[in-house]
Ligand binder design. Structure first.
Ligand SMILES: [Fe+2]
Length: 374
């Protein structure tokens, strides 16, 4: 029997196949928006009401809390599962929990004063979220890049830009490179594609909306011309097995069908055309290092804030204060137990450690010291 869809409408399916993304309005439960945003400014070390304390334009935070994906955004989760062929296709561990690893785009006063418009071709940082594995055309380590919107995102408010016609070109690039690509990726690969793109979309949202994008869709941040704190998080859906791009019954998942359509083989890629030449590989997520460097500072501020309010360390909700077992699971779910890839970690242009040392060990937080200081 062909695939049945109970949560994706015919319009959802057509939109995803044509554009590579899907919007699910009001899907994040309000209790998580409220709870996770409640101490964001404490974590940031900034004053929400005093923009002189907003000392950066853009910041990525680590994760302190996480809940199962279907608990955070139930309707979006059901649709995500159908896009990949069912929940049984989803990796039961990796990124099965979504959390408060916020990405805050503050904009600047200068941007707000300017009357500039986004020039999509000139934006830096176009990429796919694939910094923790070797990428092949059938790699499903990341099948879906998800954008959880924790605040409204008005027009010109720093919503993520999506290059819709990049998806086809990235599929073609992957297909033409059977040795795969390791992170950090050569930025030229992406800029060559973006130079040829003509079909851009930019996210506008209400708090609670979820955008689901095919992981091969190139995207990037845009300037926030409104100088407010735009807050999103970017979890993913990882699959257990690589995509099957040669199904004998032709009944492909929507994620697979997009790839096949892009390659001009909608009925499947003949085995003779696909000859992957290197093994698959999974690494520590390249971009997580910088986020996790913030943990001790954030925890110290969260604990100090609790103390100021007459509360003890127990009142602070963070996986880093929940003991070794909880932390171990968190590390496991997020790939922090993996070693860095052969290219090391690219941080602001500097490479550190390409020798394969597990990075999780470098982010052990001295909880005793922090709690006794608070
Ligand atoms: Fe991204």
């Amino acid at each position: 029997m062909p695939r049945q869809y109970h949560h994706l409408t015919p319009e959802d399916r057509a939109h995803f196949l044509e554009h590579g993304w899907l919007r699910v309005p009001s899907s994040i439960k309000k209790k998580y928006i409220d709870a996770w945003l409640s101490d964001m400014w404490v974590r940031l070390g900034m004053d929400e009401n005093d923009k002189t304390t907003w000392n950066t334009e853009y910041l990525k935070l680590p994760r302190h809390r996480e809940e199962k994906a279907e608990e955070v955004c139930p309707e979006a989760w059901e649709k995500m599962c159908e896009l990949v062929g069912g929940e049984e296709m989803v990796d039961p561990v990796r990124e099965r929990y979504y959390g408060d690893q916020f990405i805050v785009n503050f904009g600047t006063e200068e941007l707000a004063r300017s009357k500039a418009k986004v020039d999509y071709h000139a934006l830096p940082g176009w990429h796919c979220d694939n910094d923790w594995y070797r990428s092949f055309v059938d790699s499903s380590n990341n099948a879906l890049t998800v954008i959880l919107c924790f605040t409204d995102i008005p027009a010109s408010g720093g919503g993520t830009a999506l290059a819709e016609d990049s998806l086809k070109m990235w599929c073609e690039t992957l297909f033409a490179n059977p040795a795969g690509f390791d992170p950090p990726y050569d930025k030229q690969l992406y800029s060559d594609i973006i130079a040829k793109c003509t079909k851009f979309s930019q996210i506008e949202a209400k708090a609670g909306d979820v955008f689901i994008t095919h992981s091969f869709l190139l995207h990037t941040q845009t300037p926030n011309f409104l100088n407010y704190a735009r807050v999103i998080a970017n979890p993913h859906v990882n699959l257990r097995e690589p995509y099957n791009l040669n199904r004998s019954n032709g009944d492909y998942t929507l994620c697979e069908q997009i790839i096949l359509n892009s390659l001009g083989h909608p009925a499947g890629i003949p085995i003779s055309l696909y000859n992957q030449t290197r093994p698959r590989a999974v690494y520590y997520p390249n971009s997580s290092w910088a986020k996790r460097e913030r943990i001790p500072g954030e925890l110290a501020r969260m604990l100090a804030d609790a103390k100021r309010r007459g509360l003890g360390p127990d009142s602070v909700d963070s996986v880093y204060l929940k003991g070794d077992e909880a932390l171990k699971e968190h590390e496991w779910r997020n790939g922090y137990d993996k070693a860095a890839g052969p290219g090391g970690l690219g941080l602001g242009g500097a490479m550190i450690n390409g020798t394969g040392v597990p990075y999780g060990e470098n982010h052990v937080v001295d909880v005793k010291k922090l709690t006794s200081a608070s």
